[in-house]
Write a protein that binds this ligand. Structure first.
Ligand code: GAP
Length: 468
């Protein structure tokens, strides 16, 4: 059996994955029966299982395995002053141009990148305008193909709401959070005062974030509503960079333990740092269009707690009771999107091969991540003795292994294909021999090979392979 090289046909791979996600209940476009809603997706029955497994894996690595990191679940809405202090109301922008012919709004930096000009969203407006004008002859509107654009304008990404405004007045808006870490910074003092934490320590959180992305694109890669997994690690000033190196190493190990092909991952150092940052690296994944950011590891200095000290008027410095020193902790963070990781895992796991003379598609997911851990089939649907034995096996295993499916629909080949496409690692078939010998066939998803295993032994065997 030979695996095709998926990167030979990168545009096709994207389409295949989006189609598989819909067909097998991983991801649906939001509000589809109302013609959709740009930049928003819904996770279906299989998707929510995979998504939960990814989040559980992150939580295990970032909280449960660590004595020095605690969890948090802060609210989406926060006092709007937080976004002033953090700099988001004045400095959280994407550069946009509008096509004067068809009114399409497009990210200026991405259009420049598409024609090979180095640009990013952090560049000042004037610089982007200069680059855009220099290259205008080469740039076409992706929607109508014409060349007639407005000047580059920066557009704030914060999503506004009218929460608490019942008067239709001009009350200042409250925002849906643009990143989860602000909820961590503003709870720093609460955590220090209520837990036995000592610097260095971290606070981790998983939650929704919202950004008014001008051009949401590439499926789950850039949406307007998405989930982040962020960990903020509070350090002594002089230890910031050594803790940063440790965090980089730890995240690499954690990401690899998801079963990625290491050759599809790489580090990328940021060229343009925000003024307060000491260093920033992205972990990039080799998406169908090439390497791109999956998560970021950033050394942020003491900017965040300093800003919130100033903004709130509360002292957010830390008192080290052993050395009697007082200082504003520096922060190193790891910040990743659940959707981006989900998409990267789908790209990595998607395989096509030939089995029994037919092309098949399967997801080579690590068993611990698979949405369904095992499927039980009676060989034939119309043989009550097989069906009842298969149900018995299913009930016995399902006590210890979840989620599982029982499937007697269609011929056995079709049932295997269905499970292959959702990445189910084990298919267990009850046949006539099972009735006499109390054993079953267990089929391995990746090789398609079947093996007879005693019913008494399958539970332990599968359980060993599926723990996170
Ligand atoms: N607190 C730092 C922060 O939010 P970021 O680079 O803006 O940094 C971190 O975002 C991660 O969040 C990204 O690496 C990506 O995985 C995810 N992310 C950011 N914007 C996203 C979007 N529009 N859609 C999906 N994921 C996004």
């Amino acid at each position: 059996m030979s695996e095709n090289s998926k990167k030979n046909d990168s545009a096709g791979l994207m389409e295949k994955i989006v189609s598989l996600c819909k067909r097998r209940g991983f991801v649906y476009p939001s509000s589809e029966i109302y013609s959709g809603f740009a930049g928003v997706y819904d996770y279906g029955p299989m998707g929510v299982e995979l998504e939960n497994n990814l989040k559980a894996h992150w939580w295990k690595w970032m909280v449960h395995k660590r004595q020095d990191i605690v969890g948090l679940d802060s609210s989406i809405f926060m006092n709007p002053q937080i976004w002033e202090a953090s700099g988001h109301t004045k400095g959280f922008f994407d550069p946009m141009v509008e096509c004067k012919e068809c009114n399409a709004r497009i990210r200026a930096d991405k259009m420049l990148e598409d024609i090979g000009v180095k640009a990013d969203e952090k560049m000042p407006e004037e610089k982007l305008n200069g680059l855009f004008q220099e290259n205008e002859q080469k740039i076409k509107c992706p929607k109508c193909g014409k060349r007639n654009f407005t000047k580059v304008k920066k557009f704030n990404l914060l999503v506004k709401s009218n929460l608490g405004d019942f008067t239709d007045s001009n009350m200042a808006p409250s925002y849906l959070r643009g990143e989860t870490c602000q909820g961590i910074y503003v709870n720093f003092k609460n955590v220090v005062d209520s837990q036995h934490v000592k610097v260095p320590f971290g606070i981790a959180q998983i939650g929704k974030a919202f950004r008014n992305e001008i051009s949401p694109r590439q499926f789950l890669f850039r949406g307007r509503e998405f989930e982040q997994m962020e960990m903020q690690y509070f350090t002594r000033p002089e230890e910031e960079m050594s803790e940063y190196e440790k965090l980089k190493e730890y995240r690499w190990k954690a990401i690899l333990s998801l079963g990625f092909d290491e050759s599809n991952l790489r580090w990328k150092k940021h060229d343009n740092l925000v003024f307060y940052a000491k260093e920033a690296y992205d972990v990039e994944y080799n998406f169908p269009w090439g390497f791109d950011e999956m998560e970021g590891i950033h050394a942020r200095g003491n900017y965040d707690l300093t800003q919130h000290s100033k903004g709130s008027g509360k002292d957010l410095s830390y008192h080290d009771s052993e050395t009697n020193e007082k200082f504003i902790p520096h922060i190193v963070e790891s910040s990743g999107g659940v959707g981006r990781l989900f998409f990267a895992i789908m790209c990595d796991a998607y395989k096509e091969d030939e089995l029994g003379g037919e092309t098949r598609v399967y997801l080579k997911l690590k068993p611990s991540l698979a949405p369904v851990k095992a499927a039980v089939f009676p060989l034939l649907k119309n043989k009550p003795e097989l069906v009842s034995k298969a149900k018995e096996v299913f009930d016995m295993l399902n006590e210890e292994i979840q989620p599982m499916v029982f499937d007697d629909n269609g011929n056995i080949g079709k049932r295997y294909r269905r499970q292959d496409e959702i990445g189910t690692p084990y298919c267990i078939t009850v046949d006539f021999d099972s009735l006499e010998k109390n054993d079953v066939t267990v089929r391995d998803r990746d090789t398609g090979k079947q093996e007879r295993v005693s019913i008494a032994d399958i539970g332990a065997r599968i359980k060993g392979a599926i723990s996170l």
